[in-house]
Structure formats: structure tokens, C-alpha cells
Design a protein around this ligand. Structure first.
Ligand code: XMP
Length: 512
């Protein structure tokens, strides 16, 4: 399999380079610059991409590309900081420019470079974000593209197949950027483009069999995309050696448990333990209103229940987890310092050690959208593959304050109506996450001739690419009006509906 090595100099968008390269059908990995020398030797890539980064090449002690890469004779593409360090290291020079260029710029393309093959315009839009710029080319290089403030915006040594661009081809604001990256991986580096989900599936199955042997594997199934894909993949690989455990915390949405059992046990024929622990969770949460305490109680109780169920089926040698690539990429941090915990996330961390199990993480090389594609490849229905994320603590963090069975029931009904309207209007796939929240506030209303005194329901819907930042979804007033009318008419206990128009930051997606 052809591979590309991406050397990370700390740009915010390095992951996007990897995604674009993989979309071009070529496998790639991201490695921080200070580990790149060793990784290059181990990985045997067909080409190297140097990412952007926050530093200035003009400062002393800023990161550099390893010498073994520069002298390897392989094709290299430097992006932004990557271009500048390439230039400085190969004998050119870089200056701190007075005309900093951020945002959209027009690139005048000089004909003839394979990097721009198939791009049929003399001028194209590109995304710039830099303070420094090249002002003297190394020997062998020529200019293949210029912009108003960056005369050396795209440069190449075509004989050595070394390229540098000052703009970011990996972001969507460079509309032809994906084509340039594909030209680099296919035309320049000669990759075949045979990385696909079908190929991944076969390799993952072989790897799982090799790792697990005759061992037994236990997998916590939540009904979310990642654990569903992992479960089906493992089942294909090792069949009866796999047992899945689905813990119903009582904080699930309407019909969720039935769907999970129906799909995995009845349809896929996977050994599945369905543990209804809702009374236990509700009991422990009784009278608790602090968000962090709720999360801790649910996380802790989940682990206890999971462990008990794992023991009840006779234990296992391995625990399967849906760890994704963004969780394992070592990030380059120039700022250091501890980050603040905004919310403690719920997972089964600590369990493998406690139960003396090893980990199986078959999708740790994949991005979320690749996991979805793998799910399709494995025959998971669209309703599972395209699902919005649902947090481990479930509806508990969508009911600020104390949780009661009555409130959970009211929220389930409102959430069902809301999502039903979203699906009916064909909006589900445009939205990252949409859900209803039940506020611990009662307000006065009038229905028919009577006064009501009921709860307020808040609706949340956001767009996002990774959940780290988010914008509220701009529903039409018509749509919001219809959902509000339906919820108030159909859900007893709610007499007022509001729409949350907070972005993240400063808000978070969930309310707790
Ligand atoms: P916030 O609310 O922090 O959420 O903006 C970001 C994303 O993470 C999800 N989320 C969780 N997922 N366990 C999870 O598995 C959790 O405890 C948890 N808390 C938040 C949230 O739904 C959103 O997609």
C-alpha cells in the first residue's frame, strides 16, 4: 500500500491535509516534526508533505524538516510554514513581510506544472494565512504561481519533485486545493490511489484475527456510530468470540434500546447482552442536580455495570474500543500548560487495567467520516451510519437540575417530535446534532380556556465539523413555529418552546 508521511509543524488544519490525501485514495499518517526523522525511516512513504505551523522561519530555534527527508530524493510538498522551512533549508531565504496576507487571495497560475494539471483557469482562489514569505529561491526552483502579496506563492523544483505553496490547499476556501493534493499524490508521487474502505475492511479483519487469535473480546455497544461499526467489523473477523454489552442507563432516547437489540442481536446475529440498569442509574441520580456530579455518577456506575456483565459472560481477553484517529494523533503544542476540563467525558477508561484486558482498537487509523464509510461497507443501515452523536450520559445532561422519570418521559416525547420534523423536512444530514432540552422551569400559559403551568422545552441544533466549535442551525421561522405547535399540542407537560441560538464557543453543544 502506498503511503504519504505528513510532517506536522503545528498548524490548526494539519488533519485536513490527511483527510484530503485519503480522499484521493492514498493512505497517510501525521507525525509531529520532532518524531519525523524516525517515522520516515520506519514508514517507507512514497512522498512527504510538510504542514503549516505558527512559527516564523526567521526566528532561531524554530522547527525544521529532518535532513533524511530532504536528502531522500522523494517528492516533497511544503505548505505555508512547510514551504518556508524547505526554502530556508535548501539555500533560499525567507523574510518577515509587512504585507501580511490572511484570507482569500487570487493565485495567478503559470502553465505547465503537474501540480496544477487539470485546473483550467489562469487565476484561482486560494486561502492564505501567513506573515512570512519566501524572497529568494533555492537553486533549481522556479515560480509556478504568484499572488499580489506573495510573488513566490507557489514554487517548484520540477526535476527533484519538490514543491512549495504559501497558501493552504487543504481547506475548502481553496476550491482547487483537493485537485492539487491529488496531483501531488498521484501524478507527482505516483501513488495508485487504491486505499478504499473495502481494502481497509479486509486488512482490518486480518489484523484483528492476528491480534486476537483464539481470545475472547468484549465490546461496549452504545448505539453510536463508532461502537456500532467496531462491533460489526469484529463480528465479521471473529464471529462467536465476540460478545457485545449494551447497558441501558435509563437516559436513552425513545425506542433506542429496541433499535440496538433489533439490529445487532436479531439482524446481525451478534451475541449481545442487554442490561437494563435504568433503576440503578435513576436511584443513584436521585436528588443530584450538579452537572459534573451527574456525569461522574453515570460514568462510574456504567463501569461497574459493564464490569459485572463482562464477568457474568465469563470475562474476556480483550476490550474493543471505537478510538478514532483524531484521538491518537500526537498534537504539536507550542503553548504547553494544562488545559481546563470543561466537562468530564464518560467512557470506559481504566476498565482494561482493572479487568486485566488488552485493547482492540480497529478503527484507530480512521477519521469519523471514514468510519461512516466503513459502516456502509459493512452493511450497517443508513439510520445508524449517519447518526448524530449522542453523549454517554444521555438525556441526563439534557435535563438541567434533578432528573425524574416524569421529566425523562416528557423529554423523550418532545425530542421525538423535533427529530421527526427535522427528518421529514430533509434537514437531518445538514445538522451535526439536534436535540431537545427540558428546562427545570415552569411558566404560565393558556390552552383552551384553562391556565397551564408547565415546563419550558429548549431546542438545540448545530452545525460543526468535529464538535470542537459549532454554529447554531438557521431554521426558518416557519419550521420552528411548526415544531413548537406540535410539541405543545402533543407533549403533555410542556407549554413553551424556545430555540437556542448560542454558538460554541462561548456555549457548549450540550447544556450541561
Ligand atoms: P460539548 O457539550 O462539550 O460537546 O460542546 C461536544 C460533543 O461531545 C459530545 N459529548 C459527549 N460525548 N460523552 C460522550 O461520548 C460525554 O460525556 C459527552 N459530553 C458531550 C456532545 O454531544 C457533542 O457532540
Amino acid at each position: 500500500m502506498d503511503r504519504i508521511l505528513i510532517v506536522d509543524f503545528g498548524s490548526q488544519v494539519t488533519q485536513l491535509i490527511a483527510r484530503r490525501v485519503r480522499e484521493s485514495g492514498v493512505y497517510c499518517e501525521i507525525v509531529p516534526f520532532n518524531r519525523a526523522e524516525k517515522a520516515f525511516g520506519e514508514m517507507n512513504p512514497k512522498a512527504v508533505i510538510l504542514s503549516g505551523g505558527p512559527n516564523s522561519v526567521a526566528d532561531i530555534d524554530t522547527p525544521r524538516a529532518p535532513e533524511n527527508i530532504l536528502s531522500s530524493g522523494l517528492p516533497i510538498l511544503g505548505i505555508c510554514y512547510g514551504q518556508q522551512t524547505l526554502c530556508a533549508q535548501l539555500g533560499g531565504s525567507v523574510e518577515q513581510s509587512d504585507e501580511r496576507e490572511f484570507g482569500r487571495a487570487m493565485l495567478e497560475v503559470k502553465a505547465g506544472s503537474p501540480l496544477f494539471e487539470g485546473i483550467d483557469a489562469d487565476e484561482i482562489q486560494v486561502w492564505m494565512s501567513h506573515g512570512d514569505r519566501v524572497n529568494n529561491l533555492p537553486d533549481g526552483f522556479s515560480i509556478i504561481g504568484t499572488s499580489e502579496n506573495a510573488p513566490y506563492a507557489a514554487i517548484a523544483d520540477e526535476a527533484r519533485k519538490i514543491y512549495g505553496v504559501q497558501f493552504h490547499p487543504e481547506v475548502v476556501h481553496t476550491p482547487d486545493g483537493a485537485k492539487m493534493l491529488q496531483n501531488f499524490t498521484h501524478k507527482i508521487a505516483g501513488c495508485k490511489g487504491d486505499w478504499s474502505m473495502a481494502a481497509f475492511r479486509d486488512k482490518a479483519i486480518a489484523d484483528i484475527r492476528a491480534q486476537v487469535g483464539e481470545g475472547r473480546v468484549i465490546c461496549g455497544l452504545s448505539g453510536g456510530v463508532d461502537s456500532s461499526v467496531v462491533a460489526v467489523l469484529l463480528h465479521e473477523a471473529i464471529g462467536e468470540q465476540l460478545t457485545c454489552v449494551y447497558v441501558d442507563t435509563g437516559m436513552m432516547r425513545a425506542g433506542e434500546s429496541e433499535q440496538v437489540v433489533g439490529l445487532f442481536r436479531d439482524h446481525f446475529n451478534i451475541k449481545l447482552v442487554h442490561k437494563d440498569a435504568s433503576d440503578l442509574f435513576l436511584g443513584k441520580l436521585d436528588g443530584v442536580s450538579d452537572p459534573e456530579q451527574k456525569r461522574k455518577i453515570i460514568g462510574g456506575t456504567f463501569i461497574d455495570v459493564f464490569e459485572e456483565e463482562a464477568k457474568a459472560v465469563g470475562g474476556a481477553d480483550f476490550l474493543a474500543q471505537g478510538t478514532l484517529y483524531p484521538d491518537v494523533i500526537e498534537s504539536v503544542s507550542f503553548t504547553g500548560g494544562p488545559s481546563v476540563t470543561i466537562k468530564s467525558h464518560h467512557n470506559v477508561g481504566g476498565l482494561p487495567e482493572r479487568m486485566n484486558m488488552k485493547l482492540v482498537e480497529p478503527v484507530r487509523e480512521l477519521f469519523k467520516d471514514e468510519v461512516r464509510a466503513l459502516g456502509q461497507e459493512l452493511g450497517l443501515p443508513e439510520t445508524f451510519v449517519g447518526r448524530h452523536p449522542f453523549p454517554g450520559p444521555g438525556l441526563a445532561i439534557r435535563i438541567p437540575g434533578e432528573i425524574t422519570e416524569e421529566k425523562l418521559e416528557i423529554l423523550r416525547k418532545a425530542d421525538t417530535v423535533y427529530l421527526d420534523e427535522i427528518r421529514t423536512q430533509g434537514l437531518y444530514d445538514e445538522i451535526w446534532q439536534a436535540f431537545a432540552v427540558l428546562l427545570p422551569v415552569r411558566t404560565v400559559g393558556v390552552m383552551g380556556d384553562s391556565r397551564t403551568y408547565d415546563y419550558v422545552c429548549a431546542l438545540r441544533a448545530v452545525t460543526s465539523t468535529d464538535g470542537m466549535t459549532a454554529d447554531y442551525y438557521p431554521f426558518s421561522h416557519d419550521f420552528l413555529g411548526r415544531v413548537s405547535t406540535r410539541i405543545i399540542n402533543e407533549v403533555r407537560g410542556i407549554n413553551r418552546v424556545v430555540y437556542d441560538i448560542t454558538s460554541k464557543p462561548p456555549g457548549t453543544i450540550e447544556w450541561e
